[in-house]
Design a protein around this ligand. Sequence first.
Ligand SMILES: [Zn+2]
Length: 69
Amino acid sequence: MPEPVHLRPRRPCPICKKPSAQKFHPFCSQRCAQVDLGRWLGGTYAIPAVESDEPEEPQDDGAQDSGAS
Ligand SMILES: [Zn+2]
């Protein structure tokens, strides 16, 4: 029998506990990465507003119109 493939459990973002993104591993977004970086640099949580290229958590605008059948 073949060995089972061990899938790495996805760790949540250490900053906000959201599911981490591969791009910003182990964080969920660049902002959280900046937050962590800020800890090292300044030891402060005061982070300037970072404009992210990616939208956060797309909100469902309820525009799902699948049509009546
Ligand atoms: Zn995060």
